[in-house]
Design a protein around this ligand. Structure first.
Ligand code: SF4
Length: 364
């Protein structure tokens, strides 16, 4: 499969309490400098120009860029991808506080064909507790602007297990979300990561209540025609994220921007997550500092292929040699009732997706 291109925009209006992504507030001048660095970094990959089939602009909050900065961003990206409209899929992440009708129309004109809009929950009290900038009314306005601009492939992010979130709040969230008749939902239980404002404030995860909400939410989404196709992702038929499917099928991808990971020909690496370091190096014409660089080969690469494939609810079809190589691991998982097998295809049992980490540990 041709590679995917990921571009990381490391700016947000404010930091959400649970966020451990590479993102921070940025001034217009800092964003301009970042775009200069991005242009310099992308020029290093002109040998890959024209080879990409999908694009994902994520962050951070890419919609924070001004219309002029967005035009510049798409110009940089198109030096590698060619016209966005010719790609199989081009996704753009947005948050409601920075997405109005003008930007929605700009994204459409630029050739973006899929937008992912941050929601998390529709109750403003919960959104405030999460440190989100936009409230549910802002989300609806942005959503309507995207529909009015002609987008027919929209995702919303949803979370459960939030501090102070009751089962009734969550049921209300699902009903609210389904009224949007959306094409895709990315659905996560809250995780409190070290170094986040939530961790500093002593916010605790509530795995039991989150598991109950997740099971109820997954069932409601599926009943409404949004089939679960990956551990955390639900889509209407034909609306799965092609860019992310490429990751789960161990396809190649190039990541540009701070913290962006790449995997090309078995070599995996990730750019520094420090935006200042990234900008300085790229503008000086130097290679971007890397967090790690490793080559996966042999058994490790095949094990990774299985782990990625098992993220999909359809599972993974193993070739004869891989099936024999990992026979002990799969037998143990079958005996433990965590996976099921049909011919050479193995998959995590639908009611065990919530404990998928226990499955992945077998292959590490
Ligand atoms: S909007 Fe997203 S990337 Fe930005 S701080 Fe919040 S969770 Fe992190």
């Amino acid at each position: 499969m041709p590679p995917g291109l990921y571009v990381h925009i490391p700016f947000c209006r404010a930091k959400c309490g649970y966020c451990d992504f590479a993102s921070a507030p940025g001034t217009p001048a800092e964003i301009d400098a970042f775009l200069g660095a991005l242009a310099a970094e992308s020029a290093r990959y002109d040998g890959l120009a024209g080879s990409f089939s999908t694009l994902y602009v994520g962050g951070g909050t890419p919609s924070l860029l001004s219309p002029e900065q967005l035009d510049r961003l798409f110009g940089i990206i198109e030096t590698l991808t060619g016209p966005l409209a010719a790609l199989r899929e081009s996704t753009f992440e947005a948050n409601p506080e920075s997405l109005d009708s003008e930007k929605a129309a700009l994204l459409k004109r630029a050739g973006v064909n899929r937008v992912s809009l941050g929601l998390q929950a529709p109750q403003d009290a919960l959104l405030k507790r999460l440190g989100r900038v936009a409230m549910s009314g802002d989300f609806l306005k942005a959503w309507d602007a995207l529909r009015a601009a002609g987008f027919d492939n929209l995702n919303a992010d949803l979370m459960c297990g939030l501090p102070g979130q009751s089962q009734a709040d969550f049921a209300e969230a699902i009903a609210w979300l389904l009224k949007l008749k959306l094409e895709h939902v990315s659905f996560y239980a809250l995780e409190v990561h070290e170094g986040t404002p939530f961790a500093a404030a002593g916010v605790k995860e509530d795995p039991e209540s989150a598991a109950d909400m997740y099971a109820a939410g997954a069932a409601a989404l599926e009943a409404a025609g949004l089939a679960r196709y990956e551990i955390s992702n639900f889509a209407r038929p034909g609306r799965q994220s092609l860019h992310n499917l490429n990751y789960w099928e161990q396809g190649d991808y190039l990541g540009l921007g701070p913290a962006a990971a790449s995997c090309l020909g078995g070599e995996r690496r990730a750019n520094t997550a420090d935006t200042d370091d990234y900008v300085k190096a790229a503008l000086a014409g130097a290679p971007v500092p890397q967090q790690y660089r490793e080559t996966l080969a042999g058994r490790a690469r095949r094990a990774e292929r299985i782990m990625l494939g098992l993220r999909k609810t359809a599972g993974i079809e193993l070739t004869d040699d891989i099936f024999i190589e990992f026979k002990d691991e799969t037998e143990r998982l079958l005996k433990a009732g965590l996976i099921e097998r049909s011919g050479r295809t193995i998959r995590i049992k639908p009611d065990r997706l919530y404990v998928s980490n226990a499955v992945f540990r077998e292959f590490v």
